[in-house]
Write a protein that binds this ligand. Structure first.
Ligand code: THU
Length: 156
């Protein structure tokens, strides 16, 4: 028997170390938290996606009294983006979250279902979708969504 070790490379940095484009994307994700509809969790999540056509699409989590009917900020954003600009590739996705008026100290990371959904568009575009995960203590930069979904499902 042998062990298969899987490692993930995540860069940890501060806001002022980011390039301008990444700052803009994080700012947009932070501002999108204000558009969330979260009467149940009160946990506001915002996302901002940079597309290959240069557009930035923002989205937020939208909850529902029938809990499974709600959607995370990431899926709100990516499904809207691909409906509106189906010819564009996804390049970078920034995510931020706040509760009780404060952004989270640690970055939040997409849930399993969102990872799978983002991966679908990374595969479709044939280029990595970079993640910028915001926290007030630090920012995580992940170079490809596939880094957060090792041994992902594929039919080949
Ligand atoms: N949520 C997101 O929008 N994105 C994530 O990555 C994790 C969780 C939402 C779902 C729900 O509206 C609230 O956060 C609490 O789980």
């Amino acid at each position: 028997m042998e062990n298969l070790k899987i490692t993930t490379n995540i860069q940890v940095c501060q806001y002022n170390e980011l390039v301008e484009e990444d700052k803009i994307l994080i700012d947009k994700a932070k501002s999108m938290t204000e558009k969330s509809y979260v009467p149940y969790s009160k946990f506001h999540v915002g996302a901002a996606l940079l597309l290959s056509n240069g557009k930035i699409v923002g989205g937020s989590n939208q909850e529902n009294a029938a809990f499974p009917s709600g959607t995370c900020a990431e899926r709100t954003t990516i499904y809207y983006a691909h409906s509106k600009y189906p010819e564009s590739k996804f390049q970078k996705l920034a995510i931020a979250a706040s509760k009780d008026g404060k952004f989270t100290a640690r970055p939040i990371s997409p849930c399993g279902a969102c990872r799978q959904a983002i991966l679908e568009y990374e595969t479709l575009g044939g280029e990595p979708v970079k993640l910028l995960l915001y926290g007030t203590d630090c920012i995580y930069i992940v170079n490809s969504i596939s880094d957060l979904l090792p041994l992902c499902f594929s039919e080949f």
